[in-house]
Design a binder for this molecule. Structure first.
Ligand SMILES: CC(C)=CCC/C(C)=C/CC/C(C)=C/CC/C(C)=C/[C@@H]1[C@@H](COP(=O)(O)OP(=O)(O)O)[C@]1(C)CC/C=C(\C)CC/C=C(\C)CCC=C(C)C
Length: 599
């Protein structure tokens, strides 16, 4: 005999267990808050309704199938309110987390109002019809109860997040339909086993499949719609806050002030916000998508707020690096470099020390006209996007990045490993440090306040950055020479320094060094990279929980290049990994390797 508690143990709690394991790397404090909040509201809102429906005899439970009853409802049914919320929320998280929230904003006022008000008007009518159908003892009773119970909630949620939901209609539909079908299936099993019984007198007696009344299927569908919609409300509100940091300056915390900010962001119509902010972000996303498959793949593993700022940072680094590498006109290159230097000076003019940061966004007084005349639209987008998040970033790593670019402009040679490590500190260690600031600021944990004593983590982030840069150099010996006439292999590694520099930097014929030599250099560089990486790995446990697996996966995906270089019999022109391999490495790091840093 199947009891109600057996039903939960067998069919609902096990699924929640499996979904929790799959969603574990993506669950941060705001996700926990979101699920707890929806569960609490679901419990409070459903309790009187469910009691009324059971009291009206629309359904009932044989006494031998339940543990105990509170009011008219068994305790397992109260559990169900929370269980369905958690189950669908976890599934929805896995379906909808993959897009950057601001890409789902609708800035067109006309379509926004249509999408908002047409469904709201229909739902208002449905609410009235629902009330009319609630006649105890009649066949329409159960359906009427559902309609007038769910419609007002959907109206409220749709007002704030209907447009956001529509933009994500495919993953949202998937998030609703799959758990609804599953719940229908297990409901049918429970009905067959007589764990509960639907009263034929108060039901339409239309059956979707054997034993499953249409109201039951409709109930699961609309409740799941509400759960996914509440999730969309949270995601839209957090997305507005993370996109428009200066208008919404508070970071996540479980406080009344933050909840008010969340509500205000929920009620905001995106078309009232400056569109250019999202346009700049779109440009940044396009830059990273084209420039680096590894970082694009890795970016999806981070929570939306961190992902967004890492992408902004990446695209700023990418366009400034390209200004130095791709600009053929030397004068123009120098002018652009000076302009970047000036931008960094302006951005950080009020910082008291190298790593001084601000905790609240400040109004910037940047005269953009002088940049507009020299920079392309794309570069301008990246500069503007960075300027919006620069308040919580320190100045020093940007100075170092510039020092690295200067090194390239001057064509300075790398003489020995000290030079190589210094250069890597400039162009990549600095990036590692900045990534840590992004993760700390956006990690939604007030514990990680931005103070200056992150010495250990920052030092290790520099080291991790250096490790990746060394891999990058080991991979690009041929392309750096052929396309840029540059060599980052320390000259002390070379048998005939002058001759090899001539081949690499002037003749740009790296292949004439021969595979053996190219492989020898790349292997030495990889050894150095391994040492740097091994020493930095342990600091991952000092990062915010939700970023540990993602950082490990990011660095492992990039370091996947090492095996691609080493396993090739000849020196590959530009070693790369297939998408499948990147995904497999990412999943392994995220779920398995990261366990040591999580516990
Ligand atoms: C997930 C994500 C979106 C991360 C973005 C990270 C980021 C901001 C990278 C900036 C990259 C960039 C263009 C820098 C300019 C200088 C340069 C070229 C550096 C080399 C990067 C390679 O980029 P590229 O576009 O060439 O990539 P492809 O090879 O074409 O795929 C570098 C190798 C530097 C990369 C360094 C980092 C990402 C830092 C890593 C360190 C951490 C994440 C900190 C870890 C913390 C601890 C405590 C260990």
């Amino acid at each position: 005999m199947l009891t109600y508690i057996d039903f939960h143990l067998k069919y609902t709690l096990t699924v929640i267990g499996v979904l929790s394991l799959i969603a574990r790397p993506f669950i941060n404090r705001s996700e926990v808050f979101k699920i707890a909040f929806i569960s609490a509201i679901a419990f409070v809102y459903t309790t009187p309704w469910d009691n009324y429906v059971v009291y009206s005899d629309a359904w009932n439970y044989p006494l031998d199938r339940v543990l105990a009853t509170i009011g008219y409802v068994p305790i397992e049914e109260y559990m169900f309110f929370i269980i369905q919320t958690v189950l669908t929320s976890l599934w929805a998280l896995l379906c909808v987390r993959w897009s950057t929230p601001c890409l789902n904003f609708n800035y067109d006022k006309r379509s926004y109002q249509l999408i908002r008000w047409v469904p709201i008007t229909i739902l208002a009518i449905v609410t009235i019809v629902g009330y009319k159908l609630v006649i105890p003892g009649q066949g329409t009773f159960y359906l009427g109860c559902i309609l007038c119970w769910v419609s007002p909630v959907i109206i409220f949620l749709w007002y704030g997040a209907g447009n956001f939901f529509v933009k994500k209609i495919i993953p949202s539909t998937f998030a609703i339909v799959v758990p609804s079908l599953y719940l229908c299936w297990i409901d049918q099993l429970a009905l067959k086993e007589n764990v509960w019984h639907i009263n034929e007198k108060t039901s339409l007696n239309i059956f979707i499949v054997d034993d499953l009344p249409i109201e039951e299927a409709f109930f699961f569908f609309v409740v799941n719609l509400i759960i996914v919609l509440v999730g969309a409300c949270f995601d839209k509100a957090s997305g507005v806050i993370e996109t428009y940091t200066s208008e919404y300056p508070l970071r996540f915390s479980i406080s009344w002030k933050y909840v008010c900010q969340l509500f205000s962001a929920f009620a905001t119509s995106e078309y009232n916000m400056p569109h250019i902010v999202t346009e700049d972000i779109k440009e940044s996303i396009e830059i990273i998508t084209v420039a680096s498959k590894s970082f694009t793949t890795a970016s999806f593993l981070f929570p939306a707020g961190i992902r967004l700022d890492l992408i902004i940072l990446y695209s700023f680094c990418r366009v400034t690096d390209d200004m130095i590498d791709d600009e053929l006109d030397v004068e123009k290159k120098k002018r652009k470099f000076e302009l970047t230097e000036r931008f960094i000076k302006e951005l950080f003019h009020d910082r008291k020390s190298d790593y001084d940061v601000q905790t609240k966004p400040q109004e910037l007084k940047i005269d953009w006209t002088k940049y507009e005349s020299e920079l392309t639209d794309r570069e301008m987008s990246c500069f503007r996007a960075l300027s919006r998040i620069a308040f919580y970033l320190p100045r020093k790593p940007f100075d170092e990045l510039l020092a690295g670019y200067k090194w390239d402009i001057e064509g300075r040679l790398i003489r020995n490993e000290d030079d190589l490590l210094l250069y890597s500190t400039y162009v990549a260690g600095s990036v590692g440090a900045l990534c840590v600031y992004v993760m700390m600021y956006r990690c939604d944990n007030d514990k990680y306040d931005l103070v200056e004593n992150y010495d250990y983590i920052i030092e290790k982030a520099y080291q991790m950055g250096r490790a990746l840069q060394l891999v990058n150099i080991a991979r690009d010996i041929v392309t750096d020479s052929e396309t840029l006439g540059r060599c980052y292999v320390p000259t002390e590694y070379m048998d005939d320094e002058e001759e090899e520099i001539r081949i690499l930097c002037h003749e740009k014929q790296p292949r004439s060094l021969g595979d053996k030599k190219l492989k020898k250099y790349s292997t030495r560089l990889i050894h150095l990279a391994n040492k740097q990486q091994l020493e930095s790995l342990d600091a991952i446990r000092c990062l915010p929980h939700v970023t540990r697996g993602s950082v490990l996966a990011t660095t492992d995906i990039y370091r996947g290049l090492v095996s691609a270089i080493l396993s090739s019999p000849t020196y590959p022109a530009r070693a790369s990994l297939s998408k499948t391999k990147k995904i497999l490495i990412g999943l392994n790091s995220l779920y398995i390797k990261s366990i040591q840093y999580v516990v």
